[in-house]
Design a protein around this ligand. Sequence first.
Ligand SMILES: Nc1ncnc2c1ncn2[C@@H]1O[C@H](COP(=O)(O)OP(=O)(O)O)[C@@H](O)[C@H]1O
Ligand SMILES: [Mg+2]
Length: 342
Amino acid sequence: MREKGIVSPAAQDDERQFEAALRPRRLDDFTGQTKLKENLAIAIEAARQRGEAMDHVLLYGPPGLGKTTLATIISNELAVGFEQTSGPIVQKKLDLTGILSNIQARQVFFIDEVHRLMPDVEEMLYAALEDFRVDILIGSGPGARTHSLPIPRFTAIGATTRQGLVSAPLRGRFGLVLRLNHYDVGELKKIVLRSAGLLGVEIEHAGAEEVARRSRGTPRIANRLLRRVRDYAQVRADGRVSREIAVTALDLLEVDRFGLDEIDQKIMLTILEKYGGGPVGLNTIAASIDEEPDTIEEVYEPYLLQLGFLDRTPRGRLATDRAFEYFGVPRRMRGGAQNTLF
Ligand SMILES: Nc1ncnc2c1ncn2[C@@H]1O[C@H](COP(=O)(O)OP(=O)(O)O)[C@@H](O)[C@H]1O
Ligand SMILES: [Mg+2]
């Protein structure tokens, strides 16, 4: 998801600290994603019992749903070290060699945005994931030789928002491929109440529910909105977050009632207004709003589908009655005279 406006480095740092403080540390504190959690719990327990490195894990799903959090939880549960990098950071094979040759047995190596690795770096990773070895070039020119160095068995955790961009050979090297879905209002409410507890914010259940409903199914957004609502309650009221305070604060921030962001709204209005509700093809929508089709499909549509604003049909995307109603767009009559009934 795009960040709104320009965020200063200091504000980014603050945001990171805030997120870190609210990050669950154990699997039991991690709300929702029941099936995924069960699969992970089994893999963790099995590795622990055998005293071996856990299988490599690929986590995919839209931003802010808990991929980084789960990677740190896995290392906590396994009681092993945690090393982190990301696709755009490891630019050269030498960068990866440096990390891999220092890797400790059974530790977690987290690679965020794993779909953005350079091709030659990615290829080097294959050998590390599959055969636990790293190929090093010794010397230069005609005398150069490749030396294959064994490394201890470790657990790689890859995270991506763009499953479609992870190459088949890379994907195939992860023993567990787990998808994170958007959270429902009940789960988000639980997360908001937990965060409020940690931050010492007094919040009523109805207040937490209002924040949850407007969080776009995303814990990161829920925590951010809680922070804004807390400020409002502190400055304009007695600090306690009731439903009324939450509603007023969130309306003031112009947060949509379903948490829809600018791009969600553009997608929906394109389908509703420009294409009369559809059906309209994904590529046509993408071209209209100047976004990549894959991003729409993997990052934006899942939430719109969950809300019941959109249907996927063989002929394209179709807006639902609920969407027409929410956006206040009148249905165009096909063919004959328009709106004669009204
Ligand atoms: N299931 C969850 N329960 C509680 N908090 C969560 C959960 N998932 C995510 N969060 C919170 O949301 C924020 C963003 O999570 P993060 O793991 O960074 O998302 P991602 O890496 O998928 O973008 C973190 O502050 C984290 O504490
Ligand atoms: Mg992350």
